[in-house]
Ligand binder design. Structure first.
Ligand code: NAP
Length: 446
């Protein structure tokens, strides 16, 4: 692996990289099948990713014709790695077993370890015989939509495909490792003005936010729309805020500390609610919601922007969903991709139908959407929201930070990259975009 790293750092050509033999095994961050019941009976918040995430050697699988092996320079923590690490809402080994039933290539994934991670930046080392667009030496980022392109259901919108999966969550050999194995149609060009870790944190959350807000497949925001974003300085929210600003909308962010308010103000967001300070109690007990608290949120929004919001960007789920449906304007859209605080949702349907609102489900992004989102990063129009960087050995701690909501933006993980700040190929363009804009979250997280 050292030879591969040295070659990458010395700018070796694709042919030179292709000539370096690949190791039989590599280090990766895994959860273990034998430990999948280790947290049984515990409350979610007590389940500790530091106990379940391990760094171990795993065997490099055989490469399928439509795949690539990538040397991973950096990766990131996504909430799905937290879900894998606490085995909630179910153990991800079930996904691997199901994939394992899908023939010869699927069987490689069904192991007693699950190498996790759904983001990555790095360098292509090998491509399968059917890969046309990519070659060894290409500097890439990886999006996590793993689809079977021989399935007709994937060909309108691949997120609708019957066999659609999330790489590193529903498949093995994910991004948190020295190497990864991906479908060639997960590769996208690395932003040349960003470091490995700045490049590695975007694909999952940026593409998800792009689809949720910008794409006609979900909320399809238009200029002038007012948008309420929960968790506005978090992984999804940090990109969502930028999309609303870029798209000529009026963002209203919700966060939970004065530091996060200050961060969003510096990003250019004028209207930010500190939910801790506001102390909304949408649920008066475990089974009863308090509509007067929904009204208080609506009033707070109107006092800031003079009207209701056209779009609510939802992901906290049970705790906030009733309020979100209420707070959307007549004819408005609640777009949701998750339910961090609970999947069983309750809202008052009268507010939905009488005011002609719609709830739209959204999940990651198809290749076209992920590429469009990546192009905006490459063009310097959307900035990475990297706030902290950990070594691969400390992935458990990094996931713990996300699990406990102690972070802002995205946490990067150095895999093969020995230090931060490497991999910037176009310093001139970086200067043009502006160091301050690129590193805003990193400076706040430092
Ligand atoms: P994140 O970085 O942890 O940010 C989420 C933010 O939501 C938190 O920082 C917190 O911000 C806010 N929040 C959490 N619980 C809340 C509650 N009960 N009420 C109000 N706000 C709350 O996570 P993320 O990467 O943005 O992901 C968020 C969720 O989306 C996760 O469940 C993740 O699995 C899911 N997700 C789904 C997809 C998909 O494709 N379907 C893609 C990415 C993520 P404050 O404390 O500052 O308010």
């Amino acid at each position: 692996m050292q030879k591969i790293l040295e070659a990458i750092q010395n700018g070796a050509s694709g042919a030179e990289l292709a000539a370096i033999p690949l190791p039989d095994s590599y280090r990766a961050v895994v959860v273990r099948k034998e430990e999948q019941t280790m947290f049984e009976g515990m409350e979610s918040e007590d389940k500790d990713p530091r106990q379940s995430l391990h760094v171990q050697d795993i065997e490099l699988p055989e490469l399928a014709p439509d795949e690539a092996i990538v040397a991973v320079m950096a990766s990131s923590i996504n909430f799905n790695t937290v879900w894998s690490a606490i085995f909630e809402p179910l153990s991800t080994f079930g996904f691997l077993t199901r994939l394992g039933r899908e023939g010869y290539w699927g069987a490689r994934h069904d192991q007693d370890f699950h190498a996790v991670g759904s983001d990555g930046s790095g360098v292509v080392l090998r491509v399968g015989s059917a890969v046309r667009k990519w070659a060894p030496g290409d500097r890439v980022v990886i999006h996590c939509n793993h689809v079977d392109d021989q399935d007709p259901s994937s060909h309108n919108d691949s997120m609708i495909g019957d066999n659609q999966r999330i790489w590193g969550f529903e498949t093995n050999y994910g991004g948190l490792g020295e190497l990864t194995v991906v479908k060639a149609n997960q590769l996208m060009p690395k932003p040349a003005h960003l470091s490995w870790e700045e490049s590695a944190v975007n694909a999952l959350c940026n593409s998800t936010s792009y689809r949720m807000l910008v794409s006609p497949n979900a909320a399809h925001m238009k200029q002038g729309d007012a948008v309420l974003v929960w968790g506005a300085s978090g992984g999804l929210g940090g990109y969502a805020m930028q999309y609303v600003l870029n798209g000529g909308g009026t963002p209203v962010g919700v966060v939970s500390s004065p530091e996060k308010v200050a961060l969003l103000n510096e990003l250019g967001v004028e209207h930010v609610i500190n939910r801790r300070e506001a102390n909304y109690k949408f649920w008066s007990d475990e089974t009863t919601q308090d509509e007067s608290e929904w009204r208080r949120l609506g009033k707070d929004i109107r006092s800031m922007i003079g009207r209701d919001v056209d779009i609510v960007f939802e992901h906290p789920g049970r705790q906030t969903f009733g309020a979100s449906v209420f707070a959307a304007a007549r004819g408005g859209t609640i777009v949701t991709c998750a339910a961090t605080s609970g999947f069983k949702i309750e809202y008052d349907n009268r507010h939905l139908w009488m005011k002609l609102k719609r709830i739209v489900g959204s999940h990651f992004a198809n290749y076209a959407e992920a590429s469009a989102a990546n192009d905006l990063i490459r063009a310097g129009k959307i900035q990475p929201i990297l706030s902290a960087v950990y070594s691969m050995n400390d992935t458990g701690e990094a996931a713990y930070q996300v699990h406990k909501n102690l972070h802002e933006g995205k946490i990067g993980v150095l895999c093969l990259a020995p230090t931060e700040g490497l991999g910037i190929d176009d310093p001139e363009f970086r200067e043009q975009v502006g160091e301050d804009r690129i590193t805003l979250f990193r400076r706040h997280g430092a």
